[in-house]
Design a protein around this ligand. Sequence first.
Ligand code: NAP
Length: 318
Amino acid sequence: MAQRFLMARPLTDEVVARARAEFDVEIRTETSVLTQDEMIRALQEFDVVMPTLGDVFGAEVFAVVPNPRCKLLANFGVGFNHIDVAVAEANGVAVTNTPGAVTDATADIALTLILMSARRAAEGERLVRTGDWPGWHPTQMLGEHVTGKKLGVIGMGRIGEAIARRCHFGFGMEVFYAARSDKTPGFDVTRVADVKSLAAAVDFLVVAVPGGAETRHLVDVDVLAAMQPNAHLINIARGEVIEQAALIAALEQRRIGGAGLDVYEFEPEVPQALRDLDNVTLLPHLGTATEEVRSNMGHMVLDNVAAFFAGQALPNLV
Ligand code: NAP
């Protein structure tokens, strides 16, 4: 029986062409997340499935398909918190992801958000577009200076370090971080005991930890309360790491300088309360959204699929 591969989303042209050339592949044309029925069919009818963000392969779906034909979930993306890896493994399904390919692009979006939030760029752009800009004057739209300020990184992994590097070398910022282990990136960084102390010490607090149960609401009401009134909170990781309701309250009461978000707790829902605020910059999960990065991610998925079909070790087993 031919080995079958399901790609749960259309990818870039070059990745689609390679997938069709190398595998017996079915490529789903919809861009929406998989339904429960689609996930069940995926596990029953394919040897390998490429899921991505929002495709919740959890205990519920594996309970319906306890002995799946599928033996590999080759996730498109480095974040895999939508997959219950322990349950997948217990059902004989390996999981791979796409680390590294996403690092620089996601760090670039963090810098975009730092600058946009600090310098009120989205608010200013709206002002120009609506025709309400009265012209330059010395005290108009004063934001937060970035160069030389203090950066705090929650989760100094690949992306966290790439953000710190840009801030250190590009903006002369002093870098602090909270993590589970000491990091030595090759430039000066200072580890802070916990997230709350980090929040109290910095001007820009950036979230770069994986999502999932372990980090859910790591930035909670107490962490937000510890932040300085001028400080900005940036999230390029996963929405659920920040207690969104508490962030909305802090922004509404102007207790922090602002926030820049690429991800949301109940994505793709973005609460009206957040959309009504001028002191938050809202991006639609743009972290890795460039043609070359999405192609690199796709090739990484296909490399894992090829290794699996060849019976070789999986390059990016999580
Ligand atoms: P990574 O290299 O695994 O880095 C994650 C870091 O988080 C590690 O340094 C880890 O610490 C730290 N960490 C984990 N749990 C922690 C905890 N409870 N407290 C403090 N630190 C903790 O991952 P990455 O490649 O940088 O990616 C990070 C996340 O970014 C992904 O999981 C994904 O969800 C998100 N992401 C978002 C986008 C986007 O489009 N916005 C794009 C790519 C990735 P140790 O090193 O000590 O274990």
